[in-house]
Design a protein around this ligand. Structure first.
Ligand code: NOJ
Length: 517
């Protein structure tokens, strides 16, 4: 077994495939219907066999779970519903023993309203030092919120306290925003990073990395309908220049540890160029590129343009491009793209691109979004804040099927599941091997893909590019397209019949250079 601290020559995160584990929905070790760290530990061999390099764990810290753990009340402890610090240490050791790196989520833009800092702030008089760690603001003379800023989850971004002051929350009222101009906040989070780095984590996913600093004086945004979860508008509370100072300080901390610790920003910026600033050599290592996720797959030229712009922007600062098709905040891409065939074609394309790719748990099973969750089962604040008009994100968070038997499909030994699993999980679990095998083969072959991407001319609806030793042809047109003469198919997202690539398929081909070498 190689030692994980025995780092490869090339930084691992430049080409890594990182698998997102939404901890509450991955595997339940204690039978209470909620996924947990013990359940994850038991299922780690599945991820090793799949061939991913690392896992990213969504927040497992102490939390009232108003926003699925993105409302943290203690950053240095594990929520009892998900395990204990000892369970975390055991899971981390088991992952490292399997050569899987582990990155964890850090949530620095806001705390839970039940964090000790915030409860102290509420007990204090306006103007006190505990309030200065958050954004408290006096009411306007007519009793209105201090400005027109909107919450990402809907409604105003300000909530009034009993004494008449308002506090800022870009998300739920139970997630008050921290004031990053306050030195207490900076010192506290540097301590949090060190706490987990000392325990051995390989890096962090930084939640709302672009939102931590707000424009001075709280200027009005000047529009309504300001932002959704994946927004690109220029707003006074996002992508402010001051945020880069924080990330530079964090990079120094990461670099002071051995073993190539890394950080990936969840950041939304108005252009790929502005997003690239987060990954300057003295800032974070990666930033999620949501442009590819949002590309219109009905328009292959737009998919190509999104690939080019992201490669170009990341390359301009020497960072790897990142690719994502699904995560715990968006409708699963099997449903978005309309079919498993097209979803697998997209996945094979993504895995052929230079840079680092992120998989979301269940992608490898071909899971669709669960669209018909009953109202009384839903838990997402997006659903509640929209009065039920926005289905929210529960449909991509339904616990995974591991086996075909109901109840719980192997998710939990007792049959419990915190969100109801649909009967379709039985067939998906029974047939899991075909999609899992495709992902496994792609991850294995991907390790042999090197070099930059070079586009070939192609018919409408077809993307065709080469990397050293391989060609990748993606047919998003309704008609089959011919394979090049003498092509030797290395991997295809759908069975290949004769010498054509069927519609909604991606084919990797060994290029001649590879065959002759
Ligand atoms: C982004 C996370 O991915 C999402 O799940 C969460 O609701 C918001 N940030 C707020 O923390």
């Amino acid at each position: 077994m190689s030692d994980i601290s025995d780092v490869p020559q090339q930084a691992w995160w430049r080409t890594a495939v990182i698998y997102e584990v939404y901890v509450r929905s991955f595997a339940d070790g204690d039978g209470d219907g909620v996924g947990d760290l013990a359940g994850l530990r038991e299922r780690l061999p599945h991820l090793r066999d799949l061939g991913v390099d690392a896992i990213w764990l969504t927040p497992f810290f102490r939390s009232p779970m108003v926003d699925g753990g993105y409302d943290v009340s203690d950053y240095r402890d594990v929520d009892p519903s998900l395990g204990s610090l000892a369970d975390f240490d055991a899971m981390l050791a088991a992952a490292h023993a399997l050569d899987l790196r582990v990155i964890i989520d850090v949530v620095p833009n806001h705390t839970s309203s039940q964090h000790a800092w915030f409860t102290q702030a509420l007990q204090e008089l306006p103007g006190g030092p505990a309030r200065a760690r958050y954004h408290f603001h006096p009411a306007t003379t007519d009793g209105e919120p201090p400005n027109d800023w909107e919450s990402v989850f809907g409604g105003p971004a300000w909530t009034r306290t009993a004494d008449g002051e308002w506090y800022l929350h870009l998300f739920d009222p139970a997630q008050p925003d921290l004031n990053w101009d306050n030195p207490d906040v900076r010192v506290e989070f540097e301590g949090v990073l060190r706490f987990w780095l000392d325990r051995g984590v390989d890096g962090f996913r930084i939640d709302v990395a672009h939102g931590m600093v707000k424009a001075a004086g709280y200027p009005a945004a000047g529009l309504t309908g300001q932002i959704g979860l994946l927004g690109r508008r220029v707003l006074p509370y996002f992508d402010q220049d001051g945020v880069h100072e924080i990330h530079k300080a964090w990079r120094k901390i990461l670099d002071s540890y051995p073993g190539q610790r890394m950080a990936v920003a969840e950041a939304w910026a108005s252009t790929p160029q502005r997003l690239a600033r987060y990954t300057a050599p003295d800032e974070l290592h990666q930033a999620f590129n949501f442009e590819f996720l949002q590309a219109d797959w009905g328009d292959p030229a737009a998919v190509r343009a999104s690939i080019d712009s992201c490669l170009h922007a990341a390359g301009s600062v020497g960072a790897p491009a990142t690719w994502v098709l699904s995560n715990h905040d968006v409708r699963r891409h099997v449903t978005r793209l309309g079919s498993l065939e097209r979803a697998n074609a997209a996945a094979l394309l993504m895995l052929a691109l230079p840079g680092s790719a992120y998989l979301y748990q269940g992608d490898e099973l071909g899971l669709p979004e669960v669209l018909d969750l009953p109202a009384d089962a839903r838990q997402d604040p997006v659903w509640f804040r929209s009065g039920g008009t926005d289905p929210g994100r529960d449909g991509c968070r339904v616990p995974l099927p591991w086996e075909s038997e109901a109840p719980a499909y192997g998710f939990s030994a007792t049959g419990a599941s915190w969100l109801p699993q649909p009967p379709a999980w039985a067939a998906l679990a029974r047939d899991r091997s075909s999609t899992v095998d495709l992902y496994r083969a792609a991850l294995a072959l991907r390790r042999r893909l090197t070099g930059p991407l070079r586009w070939h001319e192609s018919p409408d609806g077809v993307l065709d590019f080469a990397r050293d030793g391989f060609r990748c042809i993606v047919n998003l047109s309704p008609e089959p397209v011919a394979l090049p003469d003498g092509a030797e198919v290395a991997l295809a997202s759908r069975p290949i019949d004769g010498s054509t690539v069927p519609a909604d398929a991606t084919v990797w081909i060994f290029a001649r250079t590879a065959r002759s070498s």
